[in-house]
Design a binder for this molecule. Structure first.
Ligand SMILES: C[S@@+](CC[C@H](N)C(=O)[O-])C[C@H]1O[C@@H](n2cnc3c(N)ncnc32)[C@H](O)[C@@H]1O
Length: 248
C-alpha cells in the first residue's frame, strides 16, 4: 500500500532492487539495461512526445524522476554534446545497479525531489518527466518546479491514469497499489495541468499492454505472486498512459 509518499518510495526501492540487484525475472521487459535498450526507450519516449531528436542536439535537457535509466541514459549516448540532468530522490540506490556505469559523463545526476530541484530558473531547454507525476508527494509543486527551471515554460510529462470507473474508488486505491500515492483520471489530471499551464496538449494515449506486454491473463499463472499477476492483468483494462506537452 502507498498511503503516503515515504511508503511509496520504500516500495519503489524494493521494486527496482528486485529487478536489478536480486534479478527477479518476473518483469522481463525491465531487464537487462543495455545501451541498446536505453536508446530504444529514449527514442520511443521522444516519438510519443513528438520531439525531433535533431532539435535536442547541444541543448540542456532535464529528466525529472529519471529512475535507474529513464530517458536520460539513452539520450546521454545519442546526444554527446547535450547538457543532461537526471534528477531523482533515489539516485544513491540506483548507483548500486550494474548498468549504471553506462551513463556518460555528460549527465549530471542529482539526488533530489522534483518539488525542489537544485537547478537555476530558466536554465533548461527541455524538461521531460516520464511515469513520475503520480509518484510524487506534491503534484502541483512538482509542476511549478519543472516550469521554473524551463527556459520557455514548457514541460513534457507522461503518467498513468485510471479510467473513470476506477477513479470513483480513488480513496481506496492507495491501499491496493504499492507504488503510487496518486491516481489521476484523464479528466482530473488535465484539470490540474490546465490550472498551472496555458496550453496543455495530449500528444499520445498509450494502453498499458503496449508497454507491459507480459501483463497477460496467462502470466497470472506464471507468477509466484498470483495476486500481483492478477492485479497486473486487470491494470491492462483500467490504466493507460498520457503523454502531454504543457506550456505557458
Ligand atoms: C516508475 S519510476 C519511473 C522512472 C523513469 N522516469 C522511467 O520512466 O523509467 C518513478 C520514479 O519517480 C521517482 N520519484 C518519486 N517521487 C519523486 C519526486 N517527488 N520527485 C522526483 N522523482 C520522484 C522515483 O524515485 C522513481 O525513480
Amino acid at each position: 500500500m502507498a498511503t503516503n509518499w515515504n511508503i511509496a518510495q520504500k516500495n519503489e526501492i524494493d521494486f527496482w532492487e528486485n529487478i536489478y540487484l536480486r534479478e527477479n525475472k518476473d518483469i522481463g521487459s525491465y531487464m537487462p539495461i543495455t545501451e541498446e535498450v536505453a536508446i530504444s526507450f529514449s527514442t520511443k519516449t521522444l516519438q510519443r512526445f513528438k520531439i525531433d531528436i535533431e532539435a535536442l542536439k547541444g541543448k540542456s535537457i532535464a529528466d525529472i524522476g529519471c529512475g535507474p535509466y529513464g530517458t536520460i541514459l539513452g539520450l546521454s549516448i545519442l546526444l554527446p554534446d547535450a547538457i543532461l540532468f537526471g534528477v531523482d530522490p533515489l539516485i544513491e540506490t540506483f548507483k548500486k545497479f550494474p548498468h549504471f556505469s553506462n551513463f556518460k559523463s555528460n549527465v549530471n545526476l542529482i539526488t533530489s525531489k522534483g518539488e525542489h530541484i537544485p537547478i537555476e530558473s530558466d536554465k533548461i531547454d527541455y524538461v521531460i518527466s516520464t511515469n513520475v507525476w503520480d509518484h510524487v508527494e506534491k503534484p502541483v509543486l512538482f509542476l511549478q518546479e519543472c516550469k521554473r527551471i524551463s527556459r520557455n515554460k514548457r514541460i513534457f510529462l507522461s503518467f498513468h491514469v485510471v479510467n473513470r470507473f476506477i477513479g470513483l474508488f480513488k480513496f481506496v486505491l492507495p491501499y491496493l497499489d504499492k507504488n503510487h500515492p496518486h491516481h489521476f483520471t484523464k479528466r482530473s489530471a488535465l484539470k490540474i495541468l490546465r490550472s498551472e499551464f496555458k496550453n496543455v496538449e495530449v500528444k499520445r494515449i498509450v494502453k498499458m499492454i503496449e508497454d507491459q506486454s507480459e501483463f497477460t491473463f496467462l502470466n497470472i499463472f506464471k507468477q509466484k505472486d498470483r495476486i500481483r499477476g492478477l492485479k497486473r492483468w486487470i491494470s491492462t483494462f483500467t490504466h493507460y498512459s498520457l503523454y502531454v506537452e504543457c506550456e505557458g
